[in-house]
Each structure stands twice: as C-alpha cells, then as structure tokens.
Design a protein around this ligand. Structure first.
Ligand code: PEP
Ligand code: MG
Length: 554
C-alpha cells in the first residue's frame, strides 16, 4: 500500500479503480514499418473508433447542452473524413514507411500550422481541432479510449497531473466517484467544481500519483486529504466504516428539508445554491435551495470552440428560471480569464492573468460579447425572478457604464416589442479590496452586493489562489478579509440593499456565526452544503453577547 497526502477539497470517501486522465495521452515516436498496408489498416480502424466516439459525444452533448454546443463533435467527425487529411496520413505511411502514429502527428503539425497562419479567426481556430482529432486517433491506436468517450459502466476514480475547469466539466458525473490530482490548489475552480458536483476530491498529492497504473485499486479520503493506492485490508475496512458513517450523517441532514434557516434567537438568513449550469439545478432543488445565488455563466463558454449565441444562452437562462419556479436566480455575467481561459476569445497571453483582461474588463471592452449575453438575460427575465450580477468590479465608473449598456439593450428590446421584466435586480460582486473600500459609493447604484471571498482573499492578501506553493499562506479568515466583508455589509444596509456571500467562505461553518452577526442576508453555497449550513444556523444562538467575534491574530 502507498499512502499519499494532499489537500481534501470535498469531504467524502470513495473506493474504486484509477482511471488516468492524460492530456495529449500518448507519446508519439517514429519507427519504420515493413508492412505499410497493415499500418494503413490500423489507421482506418482507429479512425472508425474515433468516429464512433464522436457520434456518442455528439448525442450526449445534444442532450446536455443542445444543438449548437454539440456541433463541434459533428465538425470533428467531418474533419476525420476529410480527403486531404486522410491522403496526407496514408501517403506518409506508404512513402516514408512510418508508423501510423507518426504519420498522424506530422500531418497534424503541418495542417495546424497552415490553419494557424490564416487571417480568418474561424479558420485559425481549426488548428486546435486538427490537433484534437489527431490526438483522438493516436489514443485510439494505443488501444485506449479518451476519457470522455468511456462507455464502460464502471465507476472510476479519475487521476491526473492537474485538471482545468473545462476538463473537469467533461467528466461524466454518473461514472466518476472521485478525483485526485498531483498538482492543483483548493481555491481553484476545479476544486469548486468538485464541491458543486458533490464528489470527494483531493488535490496536490505530488508526482508519485503519476507513477501508479490505470486500474489500481484506490481509496480517496476527501476529509483528511489521504489517498491510499493498493490499500491493505485494515485501511479498507476502516474506510468502509467511515463511508457508512458519512452516509448516515448525510441521511440525518435530510430532516432539515423544508425547514427555515433561522437561528435559536429568531434571526433569519437565506441559503441559496451556486451552480455552473443546468446540470446542477436538480441538485439545488433536491437540497432545498432557497434560490440560486451564483450561476457562473462563463461555464457556458468553456469546453467549446465558438461563442454560445444569444438564443442558446436565452434557452439556458429561461430553463433555469422556470425550473426554480419563481425563486430568485442570480446569474453572473461571464467571468472569463485567469484560470478560465478560452481559446476562441483570442485573448493575449498575459504575465499575470488574474490581474489582467478578465471578467467585466472583457465585457466592457468587447460589446459584441457582452451585449448578446445581456439581451439573452433580459429576454429570459420574464420567466422568473432574475437578478443579474457583474464580476470583478473596482470602480463607480464601471458600474455606471454597465448600467448605461443595460439600459441601451433594454430599449433596443423594447423597440422590437420584446418583453423584459421591470423587477430584474442588478447587483455586483465585491471581490476586490477596491470595491469593498468604496462600497458606500457603489451601494446606491445597485440592488445588492455578493461577496466573492475567493478573489477577495486573493487580491487582499496578494496571494494567487491557483498557486499551490503559496497555499499555506492563503487565509480567508484573515482579519483584513473579514473587515472588508463587514464594511461592505454595513454600507449595503445603510443604503437599504441586501448583501450575500457566494465565495467558498459562505459554507465555512466556523464563520457562520460571524456572518450572521454581520447581518449578511444570504449565503450561497454548493448544493451539497445547504443542509449542513441549515443545521448549523438552526443551532446557533446570537442572543449571547459574550460570543461576539473577537479579532483574529492576523
Ligand atoms: C469568488 O471570487 O469568490 C467567486 C465567487 O467567484 P469565482 O470563484 O468564480 O472567481
Ligand atoms: Mg471571483
């Protein structure tokens, strides 16, 4: 048995077998073949497998995200049938007598270079597609399947060096029981996704993980951050008992469904859910969320090759609003940038992406991206109780500009006789120290604030939330962060506005009482945390003044 120690990002135990997520998958080496025709046959067989994988992916995406999101898999299928591409691979095998893998990778290199050098941004983008389909072929030649196309019904523990948010999104939640990464940080969006998905996850276990074999039995303890490879009987029975305890604890929480979020002394607070897309609405409802406090709409833009158009976005927003049946739904406009990179946005590479062109900065400088999203949101507003929220605000000027754009978009819609709801709320995220410090000036301009504690901690403490080497310094309980939250709450209330917390700190039970005392009106957390938080609130008594928060020693 080998024991690895990392950082647990979502509590829970999983026992299963390792399935590696290897980007790029297979090492390609050149070697000479004697029988070129059987190499061509290998290529044809791999192509048939790749096309069948793509057909399945197309069907799945059509069900999950609709026609325009699924189109990319159709395009990939067509590219695999392209005569020029096929001729190039087959000619290389026959004339140079090389293995199929090598012929594919040189073809991929040549074709992607041609596409990259084209002026047309659409054609430029095809370079990535060529690399992608070629990788699919090489993986198929190695007798493997790409993770997302896995058809086996066996649940797996996905292991990887690291996972980008878009890669995490590809995981089939029905079949992935946990994931473990060699690198990664507990504050990254990948970790947040694990919490939203409610699956045990451990990050930063070190490189030894990558030396394990596919299929190795493994236990993931998301509570302690331990990962046991080829576990012995003692740890297996200990962990099985722990799993049973955890299941019972979760069952016990079910009794809180339908109950109020009210403290022993009668203070009420809303508990809403954080979601990434339609897929989590069910979990929000199942866990009795009072509404959606943060819909990270940028996830609609990830894991694809072109912008979701206005109509596609409208359908998603409308469905979320309708599914929530009149409960409040806070949709945040896209927060692309930093760790959420999307090739087709054409953003320049930056030294410091967390401080660069991200979120509202993209929206305010690229109206062709911002306006369709606003149009989709305003059109959807009549289907429920919508609140639109804007990320990464630092100034009054930005908020004024946003309000002006929203008004223009609303008037355009009115002219076309497209209805919008007059009750839509407009709010901003307080996730920069600047926004918190001028929250007295911002409050009159908006309907609500929502504190993004993940970024607020990053920017207040000057600590990259993605950088695991400084993770021991990352302290969201830091007095500076808590004071900025308290200041924002005070200013929101002074102007009669409500304030919520949608960063990960919202589900930190050690701070629930502190937030209640600050008068926070809403906590928005991953669906799996809702009932635990309700349990904590219902057992808190604010009438005891001796329990007032003392400043921490930071
Ligand atoms: C935050 O920064 O706390 C937040 C909720 O936004 P995100 O984690 O998506 O950056
Ligand atoms: Mg943020």
């Amino acid at each position: 048995m080998i024991t690895l120690k990392g950082k647990g990002v979502y509590g829970g135990i999983a026992i299963g077998r390792i399935s590696f997520f290897r980007r790029g998958g297979v090492d390609v080496r050149r070697h000479t073949v004697t029988d070129a025709e059987s190499e061509v046959a290998r290529f044809e067989k791999a192509k048939a497998q790749a096309i069948s994988e793509l057909n399945k992916l197309y069907e799945k995406a059509l069900r999950d995200i609709g026609e325009s999101g699924a189109r990319i898999f159709e395009i990939h299928g067509m590219m695999l049938e392209d005569d020029d591409y096929n001729d190039s691979v087959i000619n290389a095998i026959r004339t140079e007598k090389v293995n199929a893998e090598y012929a594919i990778s040189t073809t991929a290199e040549n074709f992607s270079m041609v596409f990259s050098s084209m002026e047309d941004p659409y054609m430029k983008e095809r370079a990535a597609d060529i690399r992608d389909i070629s990788n699919r072929l090489v993986v198929a030649l190695a007798g493997k399947k790409r993770l997302e196309a896995e058809s086996s019904d066996e649940a797996r523990i996905v292991c990887a060096d690291d996972l980008a948010p878009s890669e995490t999104m590809q995981l089939d939640r029905q079949k992935v029981w946990a994931f473990v990464t060699a690198e990664g940080s507990v504050n990254s969006h990948t970790a947040i996704l694990a919490r939203t998905m409610g699956i045990p996850a451990v990050v930063d276990v070190g490189d030894e993980l990558m030396r394990a074999e596919d299929g190795t039995e493994v236990i993931v303890d998301g509570f302690s951050g331990h990962v046991y490879l080829s576990p012995d009987q003692t740890i297996l029975s200990e962990m099985r008992a722990r799993m049973e305890e955890d299941r019972k604890a979760k069952d016990l929480l079910q009794k809180y469904k339908g109950m109020d979020n009210v403290t022993l002394d009668g203070t009420r607070i809303d508990i809403f859910a954080n979601i990434q897309g339609l897929r989590e609405v069910g979990a929000a409802l199942l866990n009795d969320a009072g509404g959606i406090g943060l819909f990270r709409s940028e996830f609609l833009y990830l894991d694809r090759n072109e912008f979701p158009d206005e109509e596609e976005q409208f359908q998603v927003y409308k469905t979320v609003l309708q599914s929530m049946g009149g409960k409040k739904v806070v949709i945040r406009t896209l927060d692309i940038g930093a760790d959420k990179q999307v090739g087709y946005f054409g953003l320049e590479k930056e030294e410091n992406p967390a401080m660069g062109m991200r979120a509202i900065r993209i929206c305010l400088t690229r109206p062709e991206i911002f306006r369709p999203q606003l149009r989709a949101l305003l059109r959807a507003s009549v289907f429920g109780s919508l609140a639109i929220m804007f990320p990464m605000i630092t100034s009054v000027k930005e908020v004024m500009e946003i309000r002006k754009t929203v008004e223009e978009v609303r008037r355009e819609l009115e002219k076309k006789k497209i209805p919008t709801s007059p009750d839509t709320e407009f709010g901003i995220m307080i996730e920069t120290p600047a926004a918190a410090m001028i929250s007295d000036l911002l409050a009159p301009l908006v309907d609500f604030f929502s504190i993004g504690t993940n970024d607020l901690t990053q920017y207040t403490l000057a600590l990259d939330r993605q950088n695991r080497s400084v993770s021991s310094f990352f302290d969201p309980h830091h007095e500076a962060v808590l004071r900025l939250i308290a200041l924002s709450a005070e200013n929101a209330h002074r102007h009669g506005k409500w304030i919520g917390i949608c960063g990960e700190l919202g589900s930190d039970l050690a701070l629930t009482e502190t937030f209640l005392r600050m008068g926070i009106d809403e906590l928005s957390v991953s669906p799996a945390y809702i009932l635990r938080l309700r349990d904590k609130i219902r057992n808190t008594d604010l009438s005891d003044p001796s329990a007032q928060r003392k400043e921490s020693n930071t």
